[in-house]
Design a binder for this molecule. Structure first.
Ligand code: DSN
Length: 420
């Protein structure tokens, strides 16, 4: 195989030892600790190979068969393959793989569906939503009239009656569901019925869930939504990037909203890597993986509860859990720092109705995509919960050493995989 087809770290080391050291340092960080950020995963070596390929050199503004540049024959095939795989895997009438990120996908979805100044009903960010669902510091809150729905204070679940009341009162042009820190299933059919009642479009931001949908571990939003936006790098285990699925009648509007309205040239190496990930996610083994991600998240949430960290919403049906640390008297930011020192990477997170500032937060968010990719199961989750408990309480003892011992048995990327 030609030397330039994919990642060549020896060459990188000779050309730019400083960047090579950083790349290898990050690889070491990923391998030597526990990665529990709910929105991260370890891509396969095949995805890395496509990402590190010469497809990055090609300009291909437009879509397959209708580009603004010559020489697009190869990249056209990559994009067509990726689109076909996405449509088949998710049963979608149309797919667009060009969005550079989840927020870019959301920007394009807004552009396809609504006009500046229109009312958009979406989950409040402090209750688990996303910056691009109407935050005042984001385009979505500046260009659109955001109305937020919370979760119930008693159950910490979405109250569909309240969402309906808000929709009837504000008559949004667009309703968004999907979250970054909501551990329970979302009733997409209920949102569809509310959207129909008020004549709104329904957009599901499935960034966190799409990998679980691919693996049949949670219900699909595709039959219910006008547009589904997502990222490809979370449970789905693909490269960093975005994707949009939609009904055929919206295909042209969505495509034009991505290019030329909100983006220029697509990243063909990333699109090829998305195609690889979609192929991997369509294999039967991926169903086992997705189911295990959820089983692991449940075990981890239960383990954290046993350590005095209350599971928000009573537990999880997905890949993530939120834990309320107030009984321990430790803030989310302190817990994040203490875990970091123990080589456990997780993030502080606001809990619903959090009395603390978001930069402090009363909770932590944990997710199981990475540790499940490494082959860990429920027994390891119980052990990890105990390690997190000790780290959060700042108990003396060699938590970091125990983390290193645990991950040695479940290596993220054998050396031969990355350097192949
Ligand atoms: N940053 C992502 C997350 O961690 O959930 C959302 O964009």
């Amino acid at each position: 195989m030609d030397a330039f087809w994919g990642p060549d770290f020896d060459m990188l080391g000779r050309t730019d030892p400083e960047i090579a050291a950083i790349v290898l340092g990050e690889l070491d960080r990923q391998r030597s600790g526990l990665q529990l950020i709910a929105s991260e995963n370890f891509t396969s070596p095949a995805v890395l190979a496509a990402l590190g390929s010469t497809l990055t050199n090609k300009y291909a503004e437009g879509y397959p068969g209708a580009r603004y540049y010559g020489g697009c024959g190869q990249v056209d095939q990559a994009e067509e393959l990726g689109v076909r795989r996405a449509r088949e895997l998710f049963g979608a009438e149309h797919a667009n793989l060009q969005p550079h990120s989840g927020t870019a996908a959301n920007l394009a979805a807004y552009a396809a569906l609504v006009q500046p100044g229109d009312t958009v009903l979406a989950m409040d960010l402090p209750h688990g939503g996303h910056l691009s669902h109407g935050s005042r510091v984001n385009f979505s809150g500046k260009w659109f009239h955001h109305v937020g729905y919370p979760v119930r204070p008693d159950t910490e679940l979405i109250d569909y009656d309240e969402v309906r009341d808000l929709a009837l009162a504000h008559r949004p042009a667009l309703i968004i569901c999907g979250a970054t820190a909501y551990p329970r299933l979302i009733d997409f059919a209920a949102f569809r019925s509310i959207a129909d009642e008020v004549g709104a479009y329904l957009m599901v931001d499935a960034a966190h869930l799409i990998g679980l949908v691919a693996g049949l571990a949670v219900p699909s939003p595709v039959p219910h939504a006008d547009v589904v936006t997502c990222t490809t790098h979370k449970v789905l285990r693909g490269p960093r990037g975005g994707m949009i699925l939609c009904r055929a009648e919206l295909a042209r509007r969505v495509d034009k909203a991505v290019f030329p309205f909100t983006q220029g040239g697509p990243m063909m190496h990333v699109i090829a890597a998305k195609a690889v990930a979609l192929r991997e996610a369509s294999q039967p083994e991926f169903r086992g993986y997705a189911g295990q991600v959820v089983a692991n998240a449940r075990a981890l949430a239960e383990g954290l509860a046993a350590e005095g960290m209350r599971p928000v919403a009573g537990g999880t049906d997905t890949h993530l859990a939120l834990a309320d640390l107030r009984e321990l008297g430790v803030s989310g930011s302190t817990a994040e720092g203490r875990c970091d020192r123990a080589r456990i990477t997780l993030n502080k997170n606001a809990i619903p109705y959090d009395p603390e500032l978001p930069t402090v937060a009363s909770g932590i968010r944990v997710g199981t995509p990475c540790v499940t990719t490494q082959g860990m199961r429920e027994g390891e989750m119980r052990r990890i919960a105990g390690l997190i408990g000790r780290a959060v309480r700042d108990e003396p003892g060699a938590v970091a050493d125990e983390v290193a011992e645990l991950v040695r048995d479940f290596p993220a990327y054998g050396r031969q995989e990355v350097f192949a």
